[in-house]
Design a binder for this molecule. Structure first.
Ligand code: F6R
Length: 369
């Protein structure tokens, strides 16, 4: 059942175009609008939302961080994101106008479940984004949007993260739609772009071979740092988490703008630094800033591994290794930028002889608090 691969994880990585297509299936209608009535939350429910709180753990938390950028931009609804294990212990402010979005692949993470129960006791409405049909979290929530990624056997989340991102975009765009399409043209354009994501993911997977070579060449590194800005920051966090889990390496992610506030002191000769670069179009201010960050770390000896949009010539002179990804709208970039990270961590772990399906000390679903 590994489809000819040595590990489920390798199969699950290449299944991503199909998984993403399945998340979109039946939810984009021909008139360019979204149909998400299945969520069990009515348009009236969604129109009354005044605040969104996203709760999740691990990789699902990273999907939540990305969702915040998209939801606040598209819907202008304030959105907080919190790791589920911290949530109910700090007396969070919730009411009937609060929509809590609980993101959980398994639907069984105890931290997330306890946070869901707490939120409902406080009369907030809870929407679950989940991969496992009929699991506990969706059963205890007011509504659910399933990701339909299919079963994920590898302990490290890959295709389920990718489909969580798609589900989060769907929720954000649907909220914008039912609340009156404030950014009408932009929303319509993004929905059209979302429909092309399976092809974009396929395209990235066809060009990742150099990432494998790179990973093998770094199997002796002690530390890898990851930098990003805007939605590239949670992507960097996800890249670092994958490397910790799979390759048992010290990996840390920073918002590139924070470098000068401390982490730049870590840079030394030969240190691999992976940088997620925002699109040169649209958000050019951030793009220029991150190009300076790449120059700064390189001037201090870092080996720069740069993930940037194809045709982004500005980063080339400062990239020891340049990994190109397709041009997509900024908020959707995590879908394509994450794939090289997954392949990098997986290949590096394999080069070290690790079992990527069953990393040490980890379980697929964490049912204790
Ligand atoms: C990382 C990973 C974990 C899970 C986390 C939440 O690769 O798999 O960090 O993302 O334990 O699990 P779910 O999404 O099932 O609640």
């Amino acid at each position: 059942e590994k489809g000819g691969y040595d590990y489920f994880m390798l199969k699950e990585i290449v299944e991503q175009p199909r998984a993403v297509a399945d998340t979109l299936l039946g939810r984009l209608s021909v008139d360019g609008l979204l149909t998400l009535d299945e969520m069990r939350l009515t348009p009236e429910d969604l129109r009354s939302v005044e605040k969104i709180v996203i709760i999740a753990c691990g990789t699902s938390y990273h999907a939540g961080l990305i969702a915040k950028y998209a939801i606040e931009h598209w819907c202008r609804i304030p959105c907080e994101v919190e790791v589920a294990s911290e949530f109910r212990y700090r007396d969070p402010i919730l009411d009937q106008q609060t929509l809590v979005i609980a993101i959980s692949q398994s639907g069984e993470s105890m931290d997330t479940l306890m946070a869901v129960r707490y939120a409902r006791e406080q009369r907030a409405r809870v929407l679950a984004i989940c991969n496992v049909n009929g699991s506990t979290i969706p059963r205890e929530s007011d509504g659910v949007l399933y990701t339909h990624a299919g079963p994920e056997v590898g302990v490290a989340a890959t295709k389920t993260f990718m489909t969580q991102l798609i589900a989060c975009y769907l929720v954000g765009l649907y909220l914008a739609q039912v609340r009156g399409l404030k950014f009408g043209d932009e929303i319509t354009a993004v929905i059209a772009q979302l429909a092309t994501m399976p092809e974009q993911v396929d395209k990235v997977l066809k060009t990742v071979e150099p990432v494998r070579e790179l990973a093998r060449s770094l199997s002796d590194a002690d530390t890898v740092l990851f930098l990003g800005r805007h939605v590239g920051y949670p992507v960097a966090m996800e890249g670092a988490l994958k490397l910790k889990e799979l390759a048992y390496m010290h990996a840390e992610a920073f918002a590139a703008g924070e470098l000068k506030h401390g982490p730049i002191a870590l840079i030394e000769d030969g240190l691999p630094v992976v940088v997620v670069v925002p699109s040169p179009k649209g958000r050019s201010v951030l793009h220029d800033k991150i190009v300076s960050n790449i120059q700064e770390v390189r001037a201090r000896g870092a080996r720069t591994i740069v993930i940037a949009e194809e045709g982004d010539e500005a980063v080339r002179p400062y990239s020891d290794v340049l990994i190109e990804i397709p041009a997509v709208p900024t908020l959707l970039q995590p879908v394509v930028a994450t794939i090289p990270m997954q392949v990098f961590a997986c290949e590096l772990a394999l080069a070290k002889g690790n079992d990527v399906d069953q990393p040490r000390n980890l379980a697929k679903s964490v049912t204790v608090e």
